[in-house]
Design a protein around this ligand. Structure first.
Ligand code: SAM
Length: 237
């Protein structure tokens, strides 16, 4: 998976060098190339923003430096679509992460200030994605959210092949609760079944927990999903 990111703050992506994404970068399962629009300016102040036409607060990112940075990124990653991170985009979710994980790469465009000149969206953006209904100061964190969610789905990135498969949303349910040592802590004990070594009983307990949690916390997910016969029987027990 090749990630190209157009950003005014390349330093923020040092965080991607840690943890799961860091391991994927180190092992070549993913690569990351950063493009700074300031490198595509020709004035001494390296200007990338200007006041909005029509007045109002804040600044707007100008077309020319972004377009030049995108053109170089596209030349380096010819098959990649340009994704603009914006609160006005399609809502990113696990389904989108799975679809994106099947791609060879993507060019992520992080906005700043009041956003980018709309003419850049018209000429050069293929998709617009939002990571939620709130406004961040910049698209960098949104780009890193997408990179992280996509990278952990790439084959061989997580330690156990099935660890992504059991995560929340992967099968339309929230994940079951997890416990580790010690088995008793401040009067709270790990459920007996998890210490039993009975894998069938553990599987059943986990499924029941996942179904129960989803029903309590996110009933909307169950509405969009057919229950298997076994799941239905467990819910009725
Ligand atoms: N004025 C814009 C609006 O209301 O639609 C918001 C601009 S925001 C302060 C600056 C940049 O942060 C945006 O251009 C976008 O790249 C990024 N951003 C903010 N919230 C986001 C979100 N929920 N998802 C993805 N990107 C976001």
């Amino acid at each position: 998976m090749r990630f190209d990111v157009v950003t005014l703050f390349p330093e923020m992506f040092e965080a991607a060098r840690l943890g799961v994404t860091g391991k994927a970068l180190d092992t070549g399962k993913a690569s990351l190339k950063l493009w700074n629009p300031r490198d595509y300016t020709d004035d001494t102040h390296r200007t990338v923003d200007d006041r909005p036409y029509g007045g109002g607060p804040g600044m707007v990112m100008m077309v020319e430096p972004l377009k030049a940075a995108l053109q170089e990124a596209k030349a380096a990653a010819p098959g990649s679509r340009v994704i603009y991170l914006t609160p006005q985009g399609q809502r990113f979710d696990q389904m989108a992460a799975r679809e994106m994980a099947a791609r060879d790469g993507m060019i992520l465009l992080a906005g700043r200030y009041e956003g980018i000149d709309e003419r850049l969206v018209d000429c050069c953006v293929d998709e617009e994605w939002s990571i939620g209904d709130y406004v961040l100061s910049g698209g960098e964190l949104a780009a890193m959210v997408i990179m992280d969610a996509v990278t952990r789905l790439l084959p061989g990135v997580l330690g156990h092949e099935d660890s992504a498969q059991q995560d929340s949303y992967m099968n339309g349910l929230l994940d079951f609760p997890q416990y580790t040592r010690p088995d008793a802590l401040e009067g709270r004990e790990v459920p007996d079944v998890l210490l039993s070594g009975n894998h069938a009983a553990i599987g059943k307990w986990r499924l029941k927990q996942a179904l129960g949690r989803t029903w309590l916390r996110r009933p909307d997910l169950l509405e969009q999903r057919e229950l298997s016969e076994e799941e239905q029987r467990l819910l009725e027990e």
